[in-house]
Design a protein around this ligand. Structure first.
Ligand code: KIV
Ligand code: NA
Length: 271
């Protein structure tokens, strides 16, 4: 048996079994060293298509490609060995047909070694979830604010704060669960609707801008580490990464210009 097979990773059914139990801790990662740090603390690591915005500087996730997701998925899989790793299927890689979705999802799994994919769940998505799950691909669904649909929804605004969208969100979540999703992300809704979704489905809800009553939580890691000044209301900053980088880089600048770096400790002597 290869070393890889002896490593115990969290599985999709183990995540499902946590419904109503101990809260499921999730974060995003896009690179190996960050994934290695997160691995000890997270049940699930998502290689989110948020990578387009927080790493590549895009203004939306719509420009993220399958090749980008695969490259970041490979990096995360090299760093994480315990958490369940889920990779987002990006815009354009799964919506038009179940066959396209299977082709994209199987490529992601075969080329990264990840154990599951996530899709943003419009009303068409249940058929896709069922098709993938029946063919061996665990799927996490994603309802509420769906960033890949921001051009239709009109922006990154919280959803489900009115009766008008409540029915749609709950229906999408129930359809996703009945189709066989192992969990569902609920993003950018009122607390009330997130709680209704959590009660309505038998699979874990993973909240982001949703409710503490969800079965788990997820945040975009650079957001929660404090890499950006401006973040959505639902983000809590647990770190001051931007300030730390500013301080370190400005010190480096001062020492390089003063020729105090490199010092003796950082240079080699001729023998
Ligand atoms: O892309 C992402 O990071 C996500 C999470 C916010 C759920 O989809
Ligand atoms: Na995403």
């Amino acid at each position: 048996m290869s070393a890889q097979n002896t490593i115990h990773r969290m599985t999709a059914p183990q995540i499902t079994a946590r419904k109503g139990g101990e809260p499921i801790v999730c974060l995003t990662a896009y690179d190996a060293p960050t994934a290695a740090i997160l691995d000890a603390h997270c049940d699930l690591i998502l290689v989110g298509d948020s990578v387009g915005m927080v790493v590549h500087g895009l203004t939306t996730t719509v420009g993220v490609t399958l090749d980008m997701m695969i490259m970041h998925g490979q990096a995360v899989m090299r760093g994480a060995h315990k958490a369940l790793v889920v990779v987002d299927l990006p815009f354009g890689s799964y919506e038009d047909s179940v066959e396209t979705a299977f082709r994209s999802a199987s490529r992601v799994m075969m080329e990264t070694g990840c154990q599951a994919v996530k899709i943003e769940s419009g009303s068409y998505a249940a058929e896709t979830v069922r098709y993938l799950v029946e063919r061996g691909i665990p799927v996490m669904s994603h309802v509420g604010l769906r960033p890949q649909s921001m051009n239709v929804l009109g922006g990154f605004r919280a959803r489900g704060r009115t009766q008008a969208v409540e029915d749609e969100i709950i229906a999408n979540a129930i359809a996703a669960a009945e189709a066989g999703s192992f969990a569902v992300v609920v993003e950018g809704t009122s607390v009330e609707i997130a709680d209704k979704v959590t009660k309505a489905v038998g699979i874990p809800t993973i909240g982001i801008g949703a409710s503490a009553g969800c079965d788990g939580q997820i945040l975009v890691t650079p957001d929660m580490l404090g890499m950006f000044d401006r973040v959505p209301k639902f983000v809590k900053k647990y770190g001051t990464m931007k300030d730390m980088v500013e301080t370190a880089v400005s010190e480096y600048h001062a020492e390089v210009t003063a020729r105090t770096f490199p010092g003796e400790a950082n240079t080699y002597k001729f023998k």
